[in-house]
Design a protein around this ligand. Structure first.
Ligand SMILES: [Zn+2]
Length: 214
């Protein structure tokens, strides 16, 4: 029987699935699925039921250092923040915890004269920008992991689309604009990510100053 340490607990490897996925069972009998390229880092319990056994590959774990995890988070949050600042979508601050979690705290104030739908359209672009930025600065990270980090963003995009009636075409366009802006604002995003790594919290004014200075 093979056991590995996963997420701080000893788990039994009960099977492997296609594309390097491992099925694990922890001491409580809970089924967990993790990827062999990065099994220390992934919590993807939901996928368990959709996988089938059959592949005989075993873990060759590449552990992601906490520092690397922080750099990924910093790029992701910096992408949201810089695109927000550029599009003048108000936010209060961005913050990153030592555990690699990050947030962009939305602001309650909107510019006068702008319709809520116009603001929502920009929020969509800013929401897509986190994932795009992470992918741009960490191209070696598997896409499924990057998508995992963006679950909240996808929920936010769905909510905005439902509330304001954005079509699939409009969503695709917002995503394309995020791709373009992340490339265009690449230097500002990189500078913001470095500042965030150092200070852990930046205000909207800090980010706007960085965008204006690079
Ligand atoms: Zn995000």
């Amino acid at each position: 029987m093979i056991s590995i340490s996963y997420d701080g607990q000893l788990c039994r490897v009960v099977g492997t699935a296609a594309s390097g996925w491992l099925q694990l069972r922890n001491r409580n009998g809970e089924r967990i699925v993790a990827h062999q390229s990065d099994f220390q880092n992934v919590v993807a319990r939901d996928y368990a039921s959709s996988l089938t056994d059959g592949c005989s590959r075993w873990p060759t774990a590449v552990q992601v250092s906490p520092e690397q995890e922080l750099r990924r988070t910093a790029s992701h949050e910096a992408g949201h923040a810089v695109v927000s600042a550029y599009l003048e979508v108000p936010f209060d601050y961005i913050e990153m915890g030592d555990d690699g979690t990050g947030i962009v705290q939305p602001s309650c104030t909107a510019d006068e004269g702008e319709s809520l739908r116009e603001l929502a359209a920009k929020q969509l672009i800013a929401a897509y920008a986190g994932m795009e930025s992470q992918q741009t600065f960490h191209p070696a990270q598997p896409l499924w992991q990057i998508r995992d980090c963006a679950q909240d963003d996808r929920r936010k995009i769905r909510d905005i689309a439902a509330e304001f009636g954005f079509t699939t075409t409009e969503l695709s366009r917002a995503r394309e604009q995020a791709v373009v802006l992340v490339q265009q604002l690449r230097n500002a995003i990189e500078a913001t990510a470095s500042a965030l790594l150092e200070k852990r919290k930046l205000t909207c004014a800090d980010v706007r100053a960085i965008v204006a200075s690079v």
